[in-house]
Design a protein around this ligand. Structure first.
Ligand code: EPU
Length: 417
């Protein structure tokens, strides 16, 4: 186990370069299975989640070559072997192997996926989609088995605009006979990244990024290359660090449109920043106004930034509110922020933050990935020393977070617990 030690109160200035998006990369890597030849994926974040997926690919028989932030995957010798619990529980996104293997081999057996304990996290909509395409789904011990003689196009309505279900159904449907339509599809930028990758292989997908996606089945997909889009959640986390304690902190290699909901809120609060084509520079803000946010599917305010955003609200004089509408258990950071001196009360799915008080360094936990990011931001702005335990959660999703923060002036160290 590892822990982080942060000495707060140091201004952050300089440049932070944002890595490729975790939530794109974790789908692009399993999607490589669908190609008949080598695929090259650029700008892959080197985080434990992507390492875990490469391990599963190699176990299945793929050849995976890593060259800095590039992955070259040769899926030509893959076999659809059972993926054990030991491998599947390392991360949530292992569920994409179900769609990709089903699409290519008409058979997948994988134990239940893992991931952050932020809610129930059912995958009923993924399975409903597979069934609509003609697959039989069964559960044996702790494993899903999805299999089909033949997959055929279908019209699928998602009760919830689920990111995972939208991508998994696309993966399963690219080789299905005929046309598949996904209605109420998720519109997140990561979906467009995956659809573009599949289209580069020769798939025929239109409408990705809208709530109706059409997939016209094909019989062959070639090797190709693609690039992971910048991580909008990593970008948002560093932007929040900049608003909290930055003094001319430039966040580079981003697509500002992907974080418009965050930038609009910050503008409304009175934060000082300049947006350029692929960067945001945050200046020192003299005073900020409280605000309310409600998490929503894209382009609404992302749930994945709600926890880091809460830290900013603890520092703004007045009462703010956060309504969490995606996950049932995404306020696990609250007891630790309160332990550091915040005044936050939870009423159902709403957190009421009475801001303006000072935070003081304490020993806290990273209960999940984004709660961990929130703890880092709290540690950066708090007085004294903050020790964050269970840091493994953070390392799953933020590439080189310690060295990126050290390079802009933060006093942060990763150590063995
Ligand atoms: N849902 C269902 N049934 C399903 C699928 C989802 O009821 O079959 C519900 C979920 O319970 C949740 C809502 O739909 O209430 C949205 O879930 P979604 O499927 O969109 O989430 P996901 O695909 O499992 C991805 C990201 C999450 C991010 C959400 C929402 C990945 C690997 N994970 O999860 O990222 O919070 O979309 O944007 O892409 C993170 O990065 O910290 C993270 C948790």
């Amino acid at each position: 186990m590892k822990k982080l030690k942060i000495t707060g109160g140091n201004p952050l200035s300089g440049r932070v370069r944002i890595s490729g998006a975790k939530n794109s990369a974790v789908a692009l890597i399993p999607a490589a299975i669908l190609a008949s030849d080598k695929v090259t994926i650029y700008n892959v974040p080197m985080i434990t989640d992507t390492f875990a997926l490469c391990e599963i690919l190699e176990y299945l028989g793929a050849k995976v070559e890593k060259k800095q932030d590039t992955l070259i995957i040769d899926p030509s010798s893959i076999e659809p072997k059972e993926i054990s619990y030991e491998l599947s529980q390392k991360l949530r996104a292992s569920y994409y192997f179900l769609g990709a293997l089903l699409g290519k081999y008409k058979y997948a057996k994988m134990c239940f996926p893992g991931g952050c304990p932020i809610g129930e996290r059912p995958i009923n909509l993924h399975l409903k989609g597979f069934e609509a395409l003609g697959a039989k789904v069964s559960v044996e011990k702790n494993c899903y088995i999805v299999e089909a003689e033949e997959l055929h196009g279908a019209k699928i309505y998602l009760d919830v605009a689920s990111v995972g279900a939208t991508i998994n159904i696309m993966l399963a449907a690219v080789y299905a006979k005929g046309e598949t339509i996904i209605d109420n599809a998720a519109k997140e930028p990561e979906i467009v990244n995956i659809a573009t990758f599949l289209n580069n292989m020769g798939a025929k997908i239109t409408g990705a990024g809208t709530s109706r996606i059409h997939i016209y089945g094909v019989s062959h997909l070639d090797g190709c290359f693609t690039e992971v889009i910048p991580d909008r959640i990593e970008a948002g986390t560093y932007i929040l660090a900049g608003v909290l304690c930055g003094d001319d902190l430039k966040i580079e290699n981003i697509i500002p449109k992907h974080i418009e909901s965050l930038l609009s809120k910050l503008r409304e609060m009175g934060a000082e920043f300049d947006v350029e084509y692929d960067s945001v520079t945050i200046h020192k803000s003299l005073s900020l106004r409280p605000t309310n946010i409600e998490t929503a599917v894209y382009p609404g305010f992302p749930t994945d930034l709600q926890q880091p955003f809460m830290v900013l609200l603890t520092q703004v004089e007045g009462t703010s509110q956060i309504e969490e509408n995606i996950w049932e258990n995404r306020f696990m950071q609250v007891p630790y922020l309160n332990r550091m001196g915040a005044n936050i009360r939870i009423l159902g799915n709403t957190a009421i933050i009475k801001g303006g008080g000072k935070l003081e360094g304490r020993e806290v936990l990273a209960t999940d990935l984004r709660a961990g990011a929130a703890m880092i931001l709290a540690g950066l702005v708090a007085s004294g020393e903050t020790v964050i335990k269970d840091v493994e959660h953070i390392l799953r999703g933020y590439e080189d977070i310690v060295s990126k923060l050290q390079a802009v002036g933060a006093k942060i160290e990763l150590m063995e617990d």
